[in-house]
Design a protein around this ligand. Structure first.
Ligand code: BES
Ligand code: MN
Ligand code: ZN
Length: 482
């Protein structure tokens, strides 16, 4: 699908589906213009008006102006492309005139590109026969107003961001027998070489030298050796970068504290944090964002076996703190502990980790929000704002000091699980112990948002969502601007 932009519409009737947005406030005008009395302009309503063969108008309800967000524009674009596919029409276009008022034309154009691209994503490489669904060959965005050069630039930038999301989805949708730790590290290396990023991969011996007892312990039961990927963008000796840390468990069986077999296949998605960091680094490099950024991804498998870590084992992490591993299924925090400690080497301006960390977070928010916890108000607010803007909603949970009591260990400094309750927060409290070198740290729990298993959604088919990529790009932009 090719995406192009225009400032003003040409001929009124063009082949394909033409989407037109309408607020409730402008309903009468639209009803009259299209003789569509039944259309009500309610949020997410789509009202199809077939005209000549091969062409149709799609009225898209945007709800009340006051409540309008760019997410509605993304969904409108997605719906338009989807309708063109359903009608087996080759072309789709979205007229942004009716979306006007609240956001600048470039913002709406970017949202339209995202909606079209993210909804059009497919992971079909293992299907022997291609899917019978017709593809759309062109998606045209009619901006209505705005500067043509700026609109073209907005399209180009959004395409780059969506390529980052698609990369994250591709990496995460691969099965764990293909996307092994070494394969994921190779993919990161290949991406870095293609986009001018510096990349190093540490193996087991180097991790031993660094004292990374957390990731070494988790990976010891697996035939596939652990990997630690380091990606650097615009780093200089003096610069204080943002460090992004992504959990990369390529498969989580739970280890000796083994998981039930139901839905265990979903644990191939336990590297979605790492995938988000790799996808975001690609976008950040390709956009040439003027701020230093480091991406760190500890990668390994969590397997049972004769060499596996046992409940009760005590490991020493890179910052010297000892951990009692009471449950081998709470492995994400163990590998992140070493990566967060490693982040301290950069004297970072801010550290943000992202992980499919706790089932409790999915139980709390379902797939409607990413949990966020942190030590710096300003950073957490920036993340929330980025989430609001991109539609990757984030919601804060507290890290009150009293919660520290719940992970105090009998024999070591801390233990990797708490007794009961507050599973998401106590995981955050655990990570905080390893990020104490930096004033500004936040943790994102994407257990509920990393993949979609409930059925196709406007911006994501079933499978990995690529959550975090657009959020990180927006977050880095916020630092580049101030
Ligand atoms: N990867 C899982 C978390 C997870 C589970 C994410 C289901 C998405 C869906 C993580 O490694 C894990 O197993 N966490 C345990 C922690 C517990 C043992 C304290 C959990 O959430 O049950
Ligand atoms: Mn686990
Ligand atoms: Zn896990």
């Amino acid at each position: 699908m090719k995406i192009t932009g225009l400032v003003s519409a040409g001929a009124a009737k063009v082949p394909g589906v033409t989407g037109t947005g309408c607020f409730e406030e402008d309903l009468q005008k639209t009803q009259k213009k299209f003789h569509a009395e039944k259309f009500t302009a309610k949020k997410d309503e789509a009202f199809l008006i077939p005209s000549a063969a091969g062409s149709a108008v799609l009225l898209l309800g945007l709800g009340k102006k006051e409540k309008f967000t760019l997410e509605a524009a993304r969904r409108a674009a997605a719906r338009t492309v989807c309708e063109a596919k359903r009608l087996r029409l080759d072309r789709a276009r979205l007229e942004l005139e009716g979306f006007g008022g609240k956001f600048p034309a470039e913002g709406l154009v970017s949202a339209a590109v995202e909606g079209a691209r993210l909804s059009d994503y497919r992971f079909g490489k293992y299907k022997s026969k291609p899917s019978p669904v017709r593809r759309v060959s062109t998606f045209e965005i009619v901006a209505g107003s705005g500067n043509p050069a700026k609109i073209k630039d907005a399209i180009r930038k959004s395409e780059i961001i969506c390529e980052g999301v698609a990369l994250a989805r591709d990496l995460a949708n691969e099965p764990a027998n293909v996307m092994t730790p070494a394969a994921l590290a190779r993919a990161a290396k290949k991406m870095a070489a293609g986009h001018g990023l510096k990349c190093r991969v540490l193996g087991r011996t180097q991790m031993q030298r660094l004292g990374m007892g957390g990731i070494l312990g988790v990976s010891q039961g697996s035939a596939n050796p652990p990997q630690f990927v380091i990606l650097e963008h615009r780093l200089t000796a003096a610069s204080r970068p943002i460090v992004l840390v992504g959990k990369g468990i390529t498969f989580d069986t739970g280890g000796i504290s083994i998981k039930p077999s139901n839905d265990m296949d979903k644990m191939k998605f336990d590297m979605c944090g790492a995938a988000a960091v790799i996808g975001a680094m690609r976008a950040i490099a390709a956009l040439k964002l003027p701020f230093p950024v480091v991406g760190l991804t500890p990668i390994c498998e969590n397997m049972p076996g004769g060499a596996a870590q046992r409940p009760g084992d005590i490991v020493r992490c890179m910052n010297g703190k000892t951990v009692e591993v009471l449950n081998t299924d709470a492995e994400g925090r163990l590998i992140l502990a070493d990566a967060l400690a490693y982040a301290g080497r950069y004297k970072p301006r801010a550290v943000v980790d992202i992980a499919t960390l706790t089932g409790a977070c999915a139980a709390t928010f379902a797939d409607l929000a990413t949990g966020v916890m942190g030590t710096d108000e300003d950073l957490v607010r920036r993340i929330e704002r980025a989430g609001e803007y991109t539609g990757e909603r984030c919601w804060e949970l507290p890290l009150w000091e009293e919660y520290a009591d719940l992970i105090r260990a009998t024999y070591a400094d801390i233990q990797n699980i708490s007794k009961k309750y507050a599973g998401t927060i106590t995981a955050g409290m655990f990570l905080k112990e390893f990020a104490d070198h930096t004033k500004s740290w936040a943790h994102l729990d994407i257990a509920g948002t990393a993949w979609n298993e409930s059925g196709p959604k406007p911006l994501s088919p079933i499978g990995a969502t690529g959550v975090g990529v657009r959020l990180f790009v927006e977050l880095v932009k916020s630092y580049a601007e101030s």
